[in-house]
Design a protein. Structure first.
Lengths: 205, 208
């Protein structure tokens, strides 16, 4: 409880960032495998081959760690998706962006499982909310940009962007469940379906 | 733990008792919506209701029983709100639009109720829901699937994948609730109309 270095505002050093990332990855694997409730700090530490004290040094609590997990998944998603967006026009951008989100979850089964398990296990106040406004805002920025561009150049009709984004991200939140589905779902096809859905919902008449 | 008389179906409670039960349930809703499922202890709920914990125990056989009664109450309330608003008389398109407006309307009319219900699910306690609502394919998904299948059979709707469309609709409805829960200010009715437009365009066949 004494000289803790990382309040979120303070930039952690490189080594600290690496350590935090490593712990976060282990937490994801651990949660994906044994569930949110069972994934105690002790179990996560064991998997990372460090002492629980090291985790406590980097994260104030399990909640804090889970928040980092969610932020990590979302940020990795943004990094994966952005280069896959076809910016040739807003309709193409929307379609490719949506398909990339589904492809991202398909490529990161562990992340999908972890998100699902966190969501299903979380109580209130737990970080579970993928609805943390700051993370949401980061996730949604690119999509808002695409929609605004399309409205501006007339390829999209004049809908309410907030509601459209809510609908699109609502649909995205169903993807981890599809990834975990048994029997397996044809994920690329699911991506194309969602893309078609929102192309129709957005395009100008 | 003796002379307990909770059992809503068999022993019909008197008017005073029914009112007291309803009041406790409302306080449970408030408490969960504000503090969360785990934090909403009987003591807190009692405090909110301005009664002693003993009074709650008189009406409900423990916290789970109270939560169960609460979940059932919320679902019935919402159902009573929604059912007359879904217009099945003018074909699948009107049915879909009215159903979306009705669900969004319910979110606006009962935000705390629905947040409390959602927090139970998020706490992994779907077992507290009435049986019909527990599975992933719950009553709400089923209601939309029925309308969508009707439209596809008739050719009013295009041949989209059912799972993704239902998922997108449910996700969109939930995200409206989440935005309310996060304290965002927006015109909920207009959002309902926008969702109706979004899914009308997303579902209708190219001939219509």
């Amino acid at each position: 409880m004494t000289s803790k270095p990382d309040s979120p505002d303070q930039k952690p050093s490189f080594i600290e960032a690496v350590r935090r990332a490593q712990i976060t990855e282990c937490a994801i694997e651990c949660i994906a495998e044994i569930g949110y409730v069972n994934a105690s700090l002790a179990k996560i530490a064991k998997r990372a081959d460090i002492s629980t004290g090291v985790i406590s040094y980097h994260f104030a609590s399990k909640d804090d760690l889970i928040r980092a997990v969610i932020a990590h998944v979302m940020d990795t998603a943004v990094a994966y998706i952005q280069p896959r967006i076809d910016w040739s026009n807003p309709r193409a951008a929307l379609r490719s962006g949506i398909e990339a989100v589904v492809a991202y979850y398909a490529a990161h089964r562990d992340y999908s499982l972890a998100l699902l398990k966190i969501n299903l296990a979380g109580g209130a106040g737990t970080p579970t909310e993928p609805y943390d406004p700051e993370i949401q805002e980061r996730r949604q920025r690119v999509m808002r940009e695409i929609l605004a561009q399309g409205q501006e150049d007339g390829s999209f009709r004049p809908f309410d962007i907030g509601v459209m984004v809510a609908a699109i991200f609502g649909a995205f939140d169903t993807v981890p469940r599809k990834v975990a589905a048994d029997p397996p779902v044809d994920l690329p096809a699911y991506g194309r379906e969602l893309a078609e859905l929102f192309d129709r919902a957005t395009r100008a008449d | 733990m003796s002379l307990k008389k909770e059992n809503s179906d068999q022993s019909k409670p008197g008017i005073v008792e029914a009112a007291r039960r309803a009041q406790i349930i409302e306080c449970a809703i408030e408490t969960i919506a504000e503090t969360g499922f785990v934090e909403a202890s009987l003591a807190r709920i009692a405090q909110q209701a301005g009664v002693s914990t003993g009074v709650i125990s008189y009406y409900f056989d423990g916290r789970d029983a109270l939560m169960r009664a609460m979940a059932a109450h919320v679902l019935t309330t919402v159902q009573v709100f929604i059912q007359p608003r879904v217009d099945l008389s003018r074909g699948p398109r009107a049915a879909l639009q009215s159903a979306l407006a009705a669900f969004v309307g319910a979110t606006a009319a009962y935000p705390k109720h629905l947040v409390a219900l959602w927090k139970i699910a998020m706490a992994g306690r779907l077992d507290l829901y009435p049986t019909d609502y527990r599975p992933m394919e719950n009553a709400r998904s089923r209601a939309f699937r029925n309308i969508l299948e009707w439209g596809q059979r008739e050719g009013t709707f295009r041949a989209f994948d059912m799972v993704s469309m239902v998922g997108a609709i449910i996700g969109a409805l939930d995200s409206i609730l989440m935005r309310l829960n996060a304290g965002q200010q927006f015109d909920v009715e207009a959002a309902g109309r926008e969702l109706a437009e979004i899914f009308d365009r997303a579902t209708r066949s190219d001939q219509t």
